[in-house]
Design a protein around this ligand. Structure first.
Ligand code: 9WN
Length: 448
């Protein structure tokens, strides 16, 4: 699968136009109408794309996110660059009320929860592809203490038993909001109406509700935010008071493990001590391999710390550890036997569609269009593509790379895609779809 240089240039121009339209003089919104603020892991993926053609923007993207890092080290999952944003998004600053926490930065506005820690990985990517390497190394040195404080917060506040695994306490923290992974945990919450503060959703104005989470999911999301703000975003209190959502998530910890490996490399480049980062990466990899591996199913599963139960749900995220080099060759073989099947959109021919479906297509509750319950997502493809390449599964990696390039052409620069037809769903002109296409096209050979 190769493309001509003219075709590649055309796609790159389209992708850059998406990012230009979403650039707000200092940061990039994921999508103008649906997500009109700055999101944490989106900005990291967006910086990966900018790193290929605009080093200054790549650097600025993460600098602006970390400008709202809390005093305790947490990096909020949304930064609102205005106190009273005109652009509708719920929940906004008035609902989060981060000023209840002594750690929230004064005069700045954000959510009080986090998203997967892929920022150190993005900074390493910026250094790797920098046109001006000296400036990139100075940037790495500038970001280094902030990234370390962020990771320290995760290991300090989210790993109460010192297992080497950080927990998440909200589906939004996973980045995969309504994944079937969370169904049993949310069902157990069994909320009564009086426990849910009054609210009105804003996410179904621009996007068809059939492509978004259910109202019953949103009730849980909002209940949890209320639970956190009532406890002033104090992680110790939230955990001690029996937060009902406490999950050691495979994808989140995989990205943390890789980010620690990238911190070790950044440390080496700027002359700091790499050893503590290597040690934490190794501890997290070992914990993922011992606690989260499911031998019978042949992939990794989340662990529900509140209930003390493994969560054997066939979500694509269960294969994420390939990205951080966590499984040994035998486990990788077991994993790819299942991952590389029609269940995730791989198959003998193109008729099986566009891998990789975010959830097993034969599992109960699969939907080709409802958000994280089946659609193909570009950033998941990008992560798995790298993992599969590193383990030598070049054919599967090629299929994922092909889908990253084909889907924006079939379905538009959308947020997610129908794994069977390639139709685009969710937000339009979505930033990381464009950014990761740019990254992939830069490594793609042309046939002329
Ligand atoms: C809640 C911005 C974000 C992504 C997430 C995606 C979605 C938000 C929402 O959009 O979540 O954080 O309102 O649905 O699930 O991965 O970071 O693109």
């Amino acid at each position: 699968m190769t493309i001509t240089s003219a075709h590649r240039a055309n796609l790159l121009a389209q992708a850059r136009a998406v990012l230009d339209a979403n650039w707000k003089a200092g940061f990039t919104v994921p999508a103008l109408r649906q997500y009109p603020h700055q999101w944490s892991w989106d900005s990291a993926f967006i910086a990966v794309g900018y790193a290929r053609y605009d080093q200054a923007r790549a650097e600025q993207e993460l600098r602006s996110l970390f400008a709202t890092q809390w005093a305790d080290g947490r990096v909020p999952h949304i930064v609102f660059h205005n106190a009273d944003p005109a652009a509708p998004y719920f929940p906004g600053p008035a609902f989060w009320q981060i000023e209840r926490s002594p750690h929230a930065p004064a005069g700045r506005y954000s959510s009080g929860i986090v998203q997967p820690p892929i920022h150190a990985t993005a900074v390493r990517h910026i250094v790797r592809h920098a046109a001006d390497r000296d400036r990139a190394l100075a940037y790495a040195a500038e970001m280094f203490p902030r990234l370390r404080a962020w990771h320290d917060w995760l290991y300090r506040e989210r790993d109460p038993r010192g297992e080497g695994l950080a927990y998440i306490s909200h589906p939004w923290e996973s980045g995969q909001d309504n994944s079937p992974l969370w169904d049993p945990v949310l069902a157990r919450m069994a909320l009564r109406p009086e426990q849910i503060p009054p609210y009105r959703r804003a996410d179904t104005r621009a996007v068809d509700p059939a492509q978004r989470p259910l109202d019953s999911d949103y009730d849980c999301y909002i209940f949890l935010v209320d639970f956190f703000r009532q406890r002033a975003y104090d992680e110790g209190r939230i955990y001690a008071d029996g937060c009902p959502f406490v999950v050691q998530d495979v994808l989140f910890n995989t990205l943390l493990c890789q980010a620690e490996q990238d911190m070790a490399e950044l440390a080496r480049l700027i002359g700091a001590d790499a050893a503590p980062f290597n040690a934490r990466a190794a501890a997290t990899a070992a914990a993922i391999n011992t606690k989260l591996w499911d031998e019978a199913r042949g992939f990794y599963v989340d662990y529900d710390l509140a209930a003390g139960l493994a969560m054997p749900v066939p979500a694509l995220a269960g294969f994420a550890p390939l990205y951080a080099g966590i499984p040994d060759a035998g486990r990788a073989r077991q994993m790819t036997a299942y991952l590389g099947s029609p269940a995730f959109g791989f198959g003998p021919d193109a008729a099986t569609g566009y891998p990789a479906s975010s959830y097993d297509r034969n599992a109960p509750g699969y939907s080709p269009r409802r958000y994280w319950r089946g659609p193909t997502w570009i950033q998941m493809n990008w992560l798995l593509m790298h993992g599969l390449t590193a383990y030598g599964y070049d054919d599967l990696a090629k299929r994922l790379r092909g889908a990253i390039i084909d889907l924006p052409q079939v379905g538009g620069f959308r947020e997610y895609f129908d794994p069977e037809t390639g139709a685009g769903y969710g937000a339009e002109a979505f930033s990381w779809t464009a950014a990761l296409l740019i990254d992939v096209l830069n490594g793609e050979p042309t046939d002329d």
